[in-house]
Design a protein around this ligand. Structure first.
Ligand SMILES: [Zn+2]
Length: 185
């Protein structure tokens, strides 16, 4: 069941999709073209990248896995594979910090993908699948087993980390967060 970690997939995704990392935005803004073409939204870009990532995952799959044979269980394999790149500490039930939002010391519990990231990812892949010609009734990202898995991850992570996801959704004060050039006071 385990996916070989060395299957050559580039792990450098922005999988923390927690919407609060503006540091990775555009780098070189030397001479902007006079009329830039319409820029695809961030969501569309992310969706395309996710879809490419998943395609790459399928191509590296052993045995080979054509998209048409991809089931909800394969989607779960993919999500578990992504956990190795996760950055969210999820305490084991035996950890003394289980349920503490801000543990006072390090512990050996694993880092995982946050539920919110996985949930958003599945939403984008589900849309991309149909945009790329997949039939809605065969959409593996909409499979029941995937919904159940996401619900379990959410419930477990909210217990393990002592946070309610409703609270966590609250956005930090966004004032000044946007790099609006030329609009300084
Ligand atoms: Zn722990």
């Amino acid at each position: 069941m385990d996916i070989d970690a060395e299957s050559g997939i580039n792990p450098n995704f922005d999988y923390p999709i927690t919407s609060s990392n503006p540091s990775s935005s555009s780098s070189a803004v030397l001479s902007p073209p006079p009329r830039p073409p319409p820029v695809p939204s961030r969501y569309e870009n992310q969706k395309r990248r996710d879809w490419n990532t998943f395609g790459q995952y399928l191509r590296n799959h052993r045995p080979p896995l054509p998209l048409s044979l991809c089931s909800g269980n394969h989607v779960l394999e993919f999500l578990r594979y992504l956990d190795q790149f996760g950055k969210t500490k999820v305490h084991n039930q035996t950890c003394p910090f289980f349920g503490m939002p801000n543990p006072p010391a390090p512990c050996p519990c694993p880092l995982r993908q946050a539920w919110g990231s996985l949930d958003a990812l599945i939403g984008r892949l589900r849309a991309a699948y149909e945009e790329n010609g997949g039939k809605p009734e065969a959409n593996p990202f909409g499979a029941r087993v995937v919904r159940v898995y996401l619900r379990e991850v959410r419930d477990y992570q909210s217990k393990a980390r002592g946070v309610s996801y409703e609270k966590k959704r609250k956005r930090p004060n966004q004032k000044g967060a946007l790099p609006t050039a030329g609009a300084t006071q």
